[in-house]
Each structure stands twice: as C-alpha cells, then as structure tokens.
Design a protein around this ligand. Structure first.
Ligand SMILES: NC(=O)c1ccc[n+]([C@@H]2O[C@H](COP(=O)([O-])OP(=O)(O)OC[C@H]3O[C@@H](n4cnc5c(N)ncnc54)[C@H](OP(=O)(O)O)[C@@H]3O)[C@@H](O)[C@H]2O)c1
Length: 342
C-alpha cells in the first residue's frame, strides 16, 4: 500500500520531511504548501515537487515570480491521506479544523500544544500508541533527544529519575531575526523549563526536571543529563546499551577529535545531505556511572532529529508498520541513519 502525503509548511522541518517522504517506498509526496515564493520555493519547483499555495493571493504572487502552482491548499488536501503540518508553532492548531473537514490523518510538530493531537509521539518510546490514530504530535527536537536516551536506558536498566540542563541554540542557521547575539539567556528564569513537562506528554509517570539556557549558536543543542537508574551500572554497560540502540551515535572525543558541536557539524558537512545529523549524539568520554547514577553530555541537531520520527508517525497513523522495529528499519535504511560520520 502507498499512502499519499502532503506537507503544509516548507521551512526547516517541512523541507526535510518532504524529502524523506520521497525516499519511502510506501509513501507518495503529492505536494507541499509554501506561502512565500522565495529561493526555497524555486528549489522545490526545480526539484519537481508540486507546490500548492495557501490561498488565491499567494498563488498570484507565485505566478508573478514565474513559479507555477499546482493548486491551492484545499486541492492538495483533497488528494491526500495524511497531512504533515510543519507550519510555525501554534499555526498547525489553526489548520486542524480544515484538515478534519477533509477527513485527513494529521501529523503535527512539537511547536504545537499537546492537545492538538491524540498522542504525543516518540518512536522509541510509544510507537504502538500512535497506531491507527487520527492525529499525532511529534515532540520537539530537545524532547525527542531526551526521550531517545531515556527510553533506551529504561529498556536496558530501568530509569527512575532524570535531571537535565539544556543548552539551546539561539536560532536555526537560516534565521536572521532571532538572538541572543551576545548573552546567555535563562529560558525561563523560573525553574523548571518546559522540556521535562514535554517529556511527560510521552512518559507521564517519569520523575524529570529540566532547566534551560539559550546561547549564541545556530549549530546544535547540548544537554547535560543525570539519570538515576533502577540498578547499578558501569560506564561500559551504558556505552554498550547506547551503541546497540537505533538512532543514537556514540562519539568518542579522544578517538575522533570531536569535542564540540562545530566539529560534529563539520564532519557531517563532508558526507551528509544538508549536513544533517538525525541521530542523537552522545559523547562517550562524558559517560560517568557512579552506582546507579549516570551523567553524560549529548547533542541534538535541531534541524533534522525529528525527521525520522515524522516518517514513523505517518506509518503509525496509516498502519503501514505494526511495530517500532519495523518502521525504524525502513526509515533508517532509506535516510542513511546510523552510517558513520567518518
Ligand atoms: N527548526 C527547529 O529547530 C525545529 C525542531 C523541531 C521541531 N520544530 C517545530 O516544527 C514546526 C516548524 O518549524 P520550522 O522551524 O520548520 O519553521 P520555519 O522554518 O519557520 O518554516 C515554517 C513554514 O511554514 C510556513 N508558514 C509560516 N507562517 C505560516 C502561516 N501563518 N500559515 C501557513 N504557513 C505558514 C512558512 O512559509 P514561507 O516560508 O513560505 O513563508 C514555512 O514554509 C514548529 O512547530 C517548530 O516548533 C522546529
């Protein structure tokens, strides 16, 4: 069975999800919705991706720039089974009634409030909960990174509590209007940050507290995580569990010379499309076990980490794969996830 998919919003996340859909044998990218006829629209057009405009006014602006549109949003929604909403946070909720009117399965992003969908989703944690649902919210990049780690270690050893400090990138590389340029911003000043609460939308019973700061970089987020496990472990036990897990890349700083997000991204630029690292990167040298307590640093490539989860979410709502293992093997093979960076 091939599921027909449309992507509303062709920005950082939307363009990556659209490309990933094109790589799946069980999905057909029917088209994308773009609002502004800019360089990204031209690239999509030249790549042969059918473009739809949100309304008549935008369609006219596209035609004036010489970028043909295949139709309007409503036309796209009439010809698909699943819509992936990749509009800015909060905008997806406004589109929800329109998607519902068209009887579509819906996949939303982490910028939406959890109530937008029946399930908040992370493949390694709760794939089966999303099977056959009408609407699923793929949690944000930081939450996806935390959940991959927590669910992997929970499966191996049991996790009883998590404390994490999240060092957030200020903006995506393409953005010109966001900061800070020269500050470390408490995000927010009052603790805890919302990230722990977002993790609980998937794991409601987990004892987790997070704090966050925003720093002047575009390259990645970094987390300092402390986990209390349900049994004593060694650092090697943790490394072994993480190395066996899908979508986690364990990087040894001593062996590779990679001690920063800049060096990680530079390695990715050599061999990955868009220099994407959809894997969660855990720094092996940082993994420290004391009894049942484990500390480590991990890095999240905000632009791409949620892309495989979006593909899995499409499979879950469409019943294209009945287990997390099945969708992970299809998604990861098609996207080259797990291939070494050097
Ligand atoms: N970027 C990240 O690091 C990241 C990571 C994980 C999750 N997310 C989540 O993913 C979602 C999308 O984020 P993004 O970073 O991809 O955003 P983005 O780069 O700003 O792209 C948003 C897209 O939506 C379109 N759009 C903007 N306003 C719209 C409106 N009012 N109605 C319809 N379309 C509109 C934009 O169109 P035009 O450009 O054509 O004007 C653009 O194609 C958000 O929920 C965000 O929280 C983002």
């Amino acid at each position: 069975m091939v599921v027909r998919v449309g992507v509303n919003g062709y920005g950082t996340i939307g363009k990556r999800v659209a490309h990933a859909i094109q790589l799946q044998d069980d999905m057909d990218l029917v088209g994308i919705v773009k609002r502004t006829p800019d360089y990204a629209a031209l690239q999509a057009y030249k790549a042969g991706i059918p473009i739809y405009a949100p309304g008549e006014e935008e369609a006219k602006a596209f035609e004036e720039r010489g970028i043909p549109v295949k139709g309007l949003l409503d036309d796209l929604l009439d010809s698909i089974d699943v819509v992936v909403d990749a509009t800015p946070g909060g905008v997806g909720a406004k589109y929800k009634p329109i998607y519902e009117k068209h009887g579509l399965k819906q996949v939303y992003q982490g910028g939406e409030k959890p109530g937008v969908a029946e399930v908040s989703f992370s493949t390694l944690c709760n794939y089966e909960e999303a099977l056959g649902k009408n609407s699923v919210r793929v949690v944000s990049c930081n939450t996806t990174g935390l959940l991959r780690l927590i669910c992997t270690l929970d499966k191996a050893f049991g996790v009883s509590s998590v404390r994490a400090v999240i060092v957030r990138r200020a903006a995506d590389p393409k953005e010109v209007k966001r900061g800070p340029v020269n500050a470390i911003v408490l995000n927010p000043p009052r603790l805890p940050s919302h990230h722990g609460e977002d993790v609980k939308t998937v794991l409601p019973r987990l004892d987790i507290v997070t704090a966050a700061v925003v720093v002047p970089t575009t390259l990645m987020h970094v987390h300092a995580v402390t986990l209390r496990l349900r049994q004593p472990v060694t650092s090697s036990d943790v490394v072994e569990a993480l190395e066996k897990a899908p979508r986690i890349m364990v990087v040894n700083a001593e062996a590779t010379g990679i001690k920063s997000t800049a060096e990680l991204m530079e390695a990715a630029r050599e061999i990955r499309r868009r220099s994407d690292i959809p894997e969660l990167v855990v720094f092996e040298d940082s993994i420290t076990a004391r009894g049942s307590e484990v500390m480590l640093f991990q890095a999240v490539h905000q632009e791409s980490i949620v892309v495989p989860e979006n593909i899995d979410a499409i499979r879950a709502v469409s019943l294209l794969a009945s287990s997390a293992e099945e969708t992970i093997s299809l998604t990861d093979a098609s996207l080259g996830i797990g291939q070494p960076l050097w």
